[in-house]
Design a binder for this molecule. Structure first.
Ligand code: HEC
Length: 697
């Protein structure tokens, strides 16, 4: 099959003169590679096209038995799941609250550590992760932080070069968890926040050398009375009704930004609406551009070029925020420059990136919200009964974890296949008891104008798999079960392998053509990060960050069964190579957490219920239903909730703020007491069911 790699770099095989000549001919980024035959991983996704594919083949089905840890570093940060970068033998990655560290690949020596100054005493943190990745350009490393700052760091020394506040202050409801991207001397970053606060999403491009703002693009329109920033906003405003700007609108670009070097364009993947319930956001209907859309911008000016919306009038917390990967595919015998995406809503989209025209959209698994996507209009054909609005809760697949979420897929131009980490779960959504006209967000809570989901709507029975998809033939080639509920992103290699870090604590390799598992190695902790591959002095390496922080703490209680514990599980950077000589320490855990109820505590059912309603503010770190997958202490098992004064100290007065436990000043004493009672109720329930299980055995 004639298939190219979006013209971008991935032809350059380590040590191959033909490959280097091709990159020279293409004359594109990556000049840093030309001095040596080594292959770097200087960009999130490996190269601008973000295929998460390595052209290296030293590690392959014949040699993989010799693949062993070559470098193991236990990290001084509580949580890390970012994708590292590698440039000229130095590995860079971020963990904790955007702490960046640099390590020498060959000696394992730490070269520097950069810790941004964030005011944790006031910072409203919502998730247990920092940034998912970094950007590198001309001797600078770029990282975003949860307080909305973007930092440029000297890659040689780790010293701060410049920083800029990309949001309106540290607590305007926006936070950065995505990787910045660089192109043409610019660095671009978006933000998240639409689930927690009424924010209006945007991306901003800065001069990479100085931090000066160059352009900003808003993903949803603002108040028409203030005038529109550009024509795209005026166009988008025609698809909204009511006073949407009062609720922010959402559409945040919290993850996916891809630079197209061939067309000098930027593709944004936008998120859900704020709030999720469209009756509140846009009461008389409308598609609500640019929610759940891919938006193409001119990279020089930030001007709108085209958009494709996946979910008009989004209602399910679906996102187009998953990685956007570029390729040139042979479709109907003609080479087409395409972008590919497997967003949350369960379809796999192939879009012509020159025109924005939809080429194909096919279901990857159980999808009930739509029967198909009409290829003529590009619009979904929604199934009846899926919009919970007006008639009560509906069971919808995929759930809002997404059939695919942000752990990246990978595309191997050799096999022509895309390797997608899949989660299959449904959800129950409703808006019973929500009066759209009177709805008000609750500060500090998850604010979406819906009911059901967090009470009993998430399914503890999610299954996970790795799916190899042929984007041209539009069919599944193989699919293998992986540990539930949620695993890391995938790395594909020219060695004919697909690597994935898995939640049960292994790095696993599959044969790229057959899906046969060919290798597996224990990591001693949850494999949550996305692996990368690079070569140094002719030796191929595979690196990933592992640690208790899973991809999503919303990913159900399922993950708690692996026994990963916030207090005892280190985050670590592990690098593999053929005949590596390092050793990964055995995991230090004593099985799943044991709930610690306090029989002396008096429970008031009304308080327990209120605590349950407030719990979504905590579950981004402490886990759904207070069952922690290791990303923060398991509060059922913590004696802290037995003492009302100690609990208040932590929540209201920020006793543990410097350690990543945010302050919740906006919660009243009553609300805090309700949370404490909810935790105790959960501890009692789970202690009782654990005792029943024990009695049965
Ligand atoms: C951004 C992530 C995050 C969020 C959101 C969060 N926590 Fe925490 N919490 C932590 C971390 C991390 C720790 C552990 C700090 C340490 O290392 O001592 C912690 C510790 C605690 C502790 C002390 C437990 C112990 O045994 O030491 C309590 C109690 C607690 N959190 C309650 C809550 C409640 C209630 C909420 C919601 C209102 C909440 N947390 C929201 C991250 C979070």
């Amino acid at each position: 099959m004639a298939m190219q790699q979006g013209g971008i770099l991935t032809y350059a095989r380590g040590g191959s003169w033909i490959g280097i000549a091709v990159s020279l001919l293409l004359g594109l980024a990556g000049c840093n590679r030309l001095g040596s035959a080594d292959e770097d991983w200087p960009v999130y996704g490996g190269a601008a096209a973000e295929n998460h594919h390595s052209p290296l083949d030293q590690i392959n089905a014949q040699t993989i038995a010799r693949l062993k840890p070559a470098m193991v570093v236990d990290l001084d940060v509580a949580r890390a799941n970012s994708e590292p970068l590698e440039v000229d033998g130095v590995l860079y990655f971020t963990g904790g609250l955007s702490i960046v560290q640099a390590f020498d690949v060959e000696t394992g020596k730490r070269l520097w550590r950069f810790e941004p100054k964030l005011d944790t005493s006031t910072l409203k943190l919502r998730f247990a992760w920092g940034a998912r990745g970094l950007a590198y350009d001309k001797g600078r490393i770029f990282v975003g932080a949860q307080d909305g700052q973007l930092f440029a760091i000297d890659a040689g020394t780790g010293k701060l070069d410049w920083s800029v506040q990309t949001t309106q202050g540290a607590n305007d409801g926006r936070y950065i968890t995505g990787a910045p991207r660089v192109f043409g001397g610019k660095v671009i970053i978006g933000h998240g926040g639409a689930d927690f606060s009424g924010v209006r999403g945007y991306v901003t491009a800065y001069d990479a050398a100085s931090g000066k703002q160059l352009w900003r693009f808003f993903n949803v329109p603002g108040n028409p009375a203030d005038g529109f920033e550009d024509e795209a906003q005026a166009m988008a405003a025609k698809t909204w009704t009511g006073e949407w700007w009062k609720h922010g609108g959402g559409g945040t670009v919290w993850n996916a930004i891809t630079y197209d070097a061939e067309l000098d364009r930027i593709y944004l993947g936008t998120g859900n609406g704020s709030p999720w319930n469209p009756k509140i956001r846009s009461p008389q209907g409308g598609d609500n551009l640019f929610l759940v859309s891919i938006v193409a911008l001119d990279a020089k000016t930030g001007k709108y070029v085209w958009h494709y919306q996946q979910n008009p009038a989004e209602a399910w917390d679906y996102n187009a925020a998953m990685d956007i990967e570029l390729a040139t595919l042979s479709i109907d015998g003609k080479p087409r420059k395409v972008l590919m995406q497997a967003p949350k809503n369960g379809f796999f989209y192939v879009i012509d990136r020159e025109t924005g025209k939809l080429i194909s959209a096919d279901k990857l698994g159980k999808v009930t919200w739509a029967s198909k996507i009409d290829l003529q209009t590009g619009r979904p054909v929604e199934n009846p009964g899926m919009r919970y609005l007006d008639f009560g809760p509906s069971e919808v697949w995929p759930g809002n974890l997404g059939l695919h979420n942000w752990p990246p897929m990978s595309f191997n131009p050799g096999t022509g296949l895309v390797y997608i980490p899949v989660v299959e779960s449904g959800m129950n959504l409703g808006d019973k008891g929500v009066d759209p006209a009177r709805w008000q967000p609750v500060p500090g809570a998850v604010n979406n104008g819906i009911s059901e989901l967090f009470a009993n709507g998430m399914r503890a029975t999610a299954t996970a798999s790795l799916l190899a998809w042929d984007p041209v033939a539009k069919r599944k080639v193989w699919q293998v079960e992986t540990p539930p509920p949620w695993n890391g992103g995938t790395l594909s290699t020219a060695g004919g392998l697909v690597f994935q870090g898995q939640v049960d604590g292994h790095l696993v390799a599959y044969d790229a053509r057959s899906g046969k598992r060919v290798w597996r190695y224990p990591l001693g902790s949850a494999g949550s990060g996305t692996p990368i591959s690079f070569s140094r002095k002719g030796r191929q390496y595979i690196s990933l960050v592992v640690g208790p922080a899973l991809g999503s703490q919303f990913a159900l209680e399922g993950a708690s069964g692996y026994g990963w514990n916030y207090r005892t599980q280190p985050a670590r950077l592990v690098t593999f190579a053929l005949d590596g000589k390092a050793v990964i320490p055995a995991p230090a855990y004593a099985g799943p957490e044991r709930p610690l109820p306090d029989p002396a505590m008096k429970l008031d059912p009304a308080k327990v219920e209120l605590g349950g309603a407030l719990w979504p503010a905590c579950m981004g770190c402490h886990g759904i239903k207070a069952v922690s997958p290791g990303s923060a202490p398991d509060l059922r098992a913590s004696p802290m909730h037995h003492s009302q004064p100690a609990f208040v100290e932590v929540l209201r007065n920020g006793a543990l703020a410097a350690r990543g436990m945010p302050v919740f000043r906006e919660l009243s004493e009553d609300q805090i007491e309700a949370l404490r009672q909810f935790i105790e109720a959960r501890a009692r329930e789970d202690a009782a069911s654990a005792a029943r299980t024990a009695a049965r055995h």
